[in-house]
Design a protein around this ligand. Structure first.
Ligand SMILES: NC(=O)CC[C@H](N)C(=O)O
Length: 344
């Protein structure tokens, strides 16, 4: 609803920050601004990911009220990869309460790459947080289900409820990663050796590999993120997926660790809990307001999409989303951040 709250005949959207009344325009602007940027490298350690078109670029903003605004390749499907870690973590917290997961997995950054084995050794087998592979494997091991097939179904239906549509496995990505994921198998065995997982490590890796191969779009990511922003209620379907408490905990973990070893810089500049995946997706969540989903395959050395980071930084500033900003006004004079300029 638009009402005149300015007294001078200017319509302002209610219940949101000033930038939201031109969100449609800003999404298009972000697309135009970054579509020509071609820095970054498409991931190839999962062989099939190397076939992605480096020009793909889609973005989408989903508001808590259910409005969705997209641009570019917003409906191109890609594998969710590590972004699944955030939502599986939420599902496991919903099932067991966060304390159990906190004790087993932790919430502190490792300062090391997402697939680091050294990080596990440095912390006596503690996986440290659910957003690196060790912690994600320990989290997936906790997913409810009597068999790996039941656990996989719990993950697939759970992530589908976040997205508000049935998500499907990308069989090609699943097989490609299954044939090459010796490192994740080693990480799972290492966790087993430290008594951190009791289930069969290879079966845990298999469920984890499937969860990473679920197909999503930038639009799905925006809706999934907006469900976390909304305290666990999907803004499109109206379904409660997880509790508000679980959302709060998940967003705190994302703020601390979601962008790998660049999480501190990201939070400092962009001020939003976020999660990235090596296929090129990023979801960034503005609690109580909505979420931004982006997709573009070329990555920086930490594994975060280059165009996705820049577009999210731009939208965070222009929509006034930084969670640490005290003002409810979007400061037009606020300079562009290094992430937007590509100098970060
Ligand atoms: N950062 C990522 O997206 C990594 C996910 C990938 N499936 C892996 O385990 O290596």
């Amino acid at each position: 609803m638009d009402v005149d709250v300015t007294g001078v005949g200017q319509a302002v959207s209610t219940g949101t920050l000033p930038g939201w009344d031109r969100v449609e325009q800003l999404v298009r602007e972000a697309y135009e601004r970054y579509r020509g940027h071609d820095d970054g490298v498409v991931a190839d350690y999962i062989p099939v990911l190397a076939e992605a078109d480096p020009a793909w670029f889609g973005l989408c903003v989903a508001e808590s009220g259910g409005q969705v605004h997209g641009a570019g390749d917003e409906d191109v499907e890609f594998s969710v990869q590590s972004i699944s870690k955030a939502f599986v973590y939420a599902l496991v917290c919903e099932a067991f309460g966060h304390q159990d997961v906190l004790d087993r997995v932790g919430v502190n950054g490792t300062g090391l790459p997402f697939n680091s084995v050294m990080a596990i050794e440095l912390h006596q087998g503690h996986p440290m947080n659910p957003m690196v592979n060790a912690g994600a494997l320990a989290t997936t091991a906790m997913v409810p289900g009597a068999t790996p097939a039941e656990q996989w179904e719990h993950v697939r239906t759970g992530l589908s409820r976040f997205a508000g549509r049935q998500l499907e496995l990308d069989g090609v990505v699943y097989r490609s990663e299954s044939e090459t994921n010796t490192r994740n198998k080693a990480i799972a065995r290492l966790l087993q050796s430290y008594g951190r997982i009791e289930a069969d490590p290879l079966q845990v890796v298999d469920v984890y590999t499937r969860q990473c191969a679920l197909r999503v779009t930038a639009r799905d990511l925006a809706v999934m993120g907006a469900t976390l922003a909304d305290g666990g209620v999907n803004p499109i379907t109206g379904e409660r997926v997880v509790s508000a408490h679980v959302c709060r905990d998940t967003l705190a973990v994302l703020a601390a660790t979601g962008m790998y070893e660049r999480s501190g810089e990201w939070l400092f500049e962009i001020g939003l809990p976020a999660k990235s995946g090596v296929a090129g997706g990023i979801v960034a969540v503005a609690p109580g307001k909505g979420a931004i989903g982006t997709f573009s395959p070329p990555l920086d050395p930490a594994g975060n999409s280059v165009r996705g980071q820049r577009a999210t930084a731009y939208l965070s500033r222009t929509l006034g989303l930084n969670v640490f900003a005290s003002s409810v006004h979007v400061d037009e004079r606020q300079p562009a951040t290094e992430h937007e300029e590509g100098t970060a």
